[in-house]
Design a protein around this ligand. Sequence first.
Ligand SMILES: Cc1cc2nc3c(=O)[nH]c(=O)nc-3n(C[C@H](O)[C@H](O)[C@H](O)COP(=O)(O)OP(=O)(O)OC[C@H]3O[C@@H](n4cnc5c(N)ncnc54)[C@H](O)[C@@H]3O)c2cc1C
Length: 429
Amino acid sequence: MSIAASWPDAKASSLWEDVSPRYPFNDPLRGDHRVDVVVIGGGYTGLSTALHLAQAGYSVALLEAREIGWGGSGRNNGQVIPVLAGAEPEAITQRFGDTGARFVALVRDSAQFLFDLAAEHGIDCEAEQAGWFQPAHTPAHLSVSEARCTAWAAVGAPCEMLDKPAGDRLLGSGFWHGGMLNAQGGHINPLMLARGLAEACKRAGVQVFEDSPVSSITRENGRWAVSAGTGRLHGETVVQATGAYGGPNGRLARSVVPLTAWQLATEPLSDALQREILPARQAMSDTRNDLYYFRWDARGRLITGAAMMVPVSVTNRLQTMLRARLLRAYPQVGPLRFSHIWSGYVGVTPDHFPHFHRLDTGYFAATGFNGRGVALAVSAGLELAQLVGGEPDVALPFSDLHPIPMQPALRRVARGALVYYRWKDRQKP
Ligand SMILES: Cc1cc2nc3c(=O)[nH]c(=O)nc-3n(C[C@H](O)[C@H](O)[C@H](O)COP(=O)(O)OP(=O)(O)OC[C@H]3O[C@@H](n4cnc5c(N)ncnc54)[C@H](O)[C@@H]3O)c2cc1C
């Protein structure tokens, strides 16, 4: 069975699939074609790379195994978050020097970049730049948030600390303890963003092929030959942007752990509840390891999610767990029903950094955004395009490829780590 055939087919019940306008299917690759650059993967990384390359005058073809936005890009919570999951500016510059400093600036500006790019290309993705708030889940975590806020503010990020009363007002809840607000964050309809980027790509001249799983990448006569189904592309450069969804390079696929993350959408809630809960409509995700996160969509649904330790009776247990979480934070929601449940793979790396690789001459890859790729993957696409164009000082910290030994087993261990995280999250104060 191919990797693509083994993916969870949970997209049918995705809220985004249900509420987004129909998208015309792009034909699969057939025959032989010659282009400058072959981009593999129709998520934000691949689409943004292809768009910026085409705008710079390159001939580009993009191959997507299933549909545009099939991966994390069409299934995520849509929170536009301009910080990394596991590293603050100092750690990034310490590890990567000048490139690290450029990368910090890239992360810092990534939310604004996304909203500006969507506006520039007329992409309707239900964008709301209402800010991103990270409330502390214990009083002690407020000092962690303060340190984070100071670190990001020192590099020019528009962060501010809100004390408990101000945080409570923003959240419409007394459940948290204040936290960090970043005014440039917000939320989007993720699938509409992916599809909008694909349309922008096509307008810029990119050839977009769906239902075209790449099976091999080989070197032939000084060019890369990329095979998908009955077609072949011959390019000078290949950019592989297959995220947590594997792809044709086994070593790259084994360098991230694809963790299943579940998303749930409530039925539309009353206007009164929408005025009380997150009244200014920020995206929020708290300081827990096993995050509590919520956001409104454009139709009055709260969208949330979680990972599960044991993959048995998942949908029932998820509904019970997330209903309880919501009631803890917002008792006024009362009896709740979820209208949509779906899942996707988050690409987790052992060091919690996103990974960028020069795999060979003219063969680049990006993967492992650790659940924080909405804003960053779009910005990374511009950098990858500039790299292909010969820019020596792009803002991406490249590293060597390290396939993870026993990666399939690690996937189960990583799920087990949730036990520890949930225990740690419950510790006082
Ligand atoms: C449930 C969930 C919730 C999330 N929530 C958030 C959030 O709120 N905020 C945030 O910042 N991040 C979030 N993320 C992470 C974010 O979605 C990802 O980091 C981001 O979408 C990664 O984009 P990408 O283009 O690198 O990869 P993807 O979007 O995964 O795209 C990879 C593409 O490659 C294709 N592909 C794979 N193999 C092949 C092949 N052989 N040939 C051709 N194509 C292939 C796949 O079909 C897929 O479409 C979430 C992720 C998930 C799964």
